[in-house]
Write a protein that binds this ligand. Sequence first.
Ligand code: FMN
Length: 189
Amino acid sequence: MTPIERGVSPIGEKKAISPLFFKGTVIQGFGRGSKQLGIPTANLPVEEYESILNDIPIGVYYGWANVHGVNDNKIYKMAMSIGWNPFYKNTKKTIEIHLINKFEQDFYGHQLNAIAVGFIRPMCDFSSLDELIKAINDDIEYAQQQLDQQPQYQNHEFFKHCFNSGAQQQQEELDTSQHSHTVLNLTKP
Ligand SMILES: Cc1cc2nc3c(=O)[nH]c(=O)nc-3n(C[C@H](O)[C@H](O)[C@H](O)COP(=O)(O)O)c2cc1C
């Protein structure tokens, strides 16, 4: 396997991205994350939201996330993948978030907020499951290192926002004191 260069986005920049805000209801994935990989992921719905996801480069990102109703809405470091999981030859794009912590429960039906603050690498295919697992564990380590040096968004007001009820297929603007950000609202009714 050729070494993966981390932190380089498809446009070749090695720096933090302009943050991407996601909120959505956790749905069931294929169930391989925990069982086959030992790396559980929370999946967000994408099917009805392809139009708003088209502009987001496929790949692996790092950032912060919380799940409503879990550990007092505590905010965790996370690594996330957006894409077709070429190793599994998925035909459907997925958004999967791994919260960097050990949990006893799953998050199905819970509402999750996440802010991606940096790009790790493009999605890759691998010749074995062990290589995929190693790459994801390396991503998690890289995410932790980067986030230790980049705590700015950890306590962002976005994590305190309540969710709107009902599916909304629009992009919302979240106003902060200085910036407005695009929020990808993937909330299921
Ligand atoms: C940080 C991270 C990086 C990932 N990178 C890849 C990748 O490069 N190639 C790939 O096929 N899948 C990648 N995945 C997705 C895993 O294959 C996926 O989590 C696994 O198939 C479980 O999916 P499931 O929960 O839908 O069963 C990544 C997942 C995470 C959390």
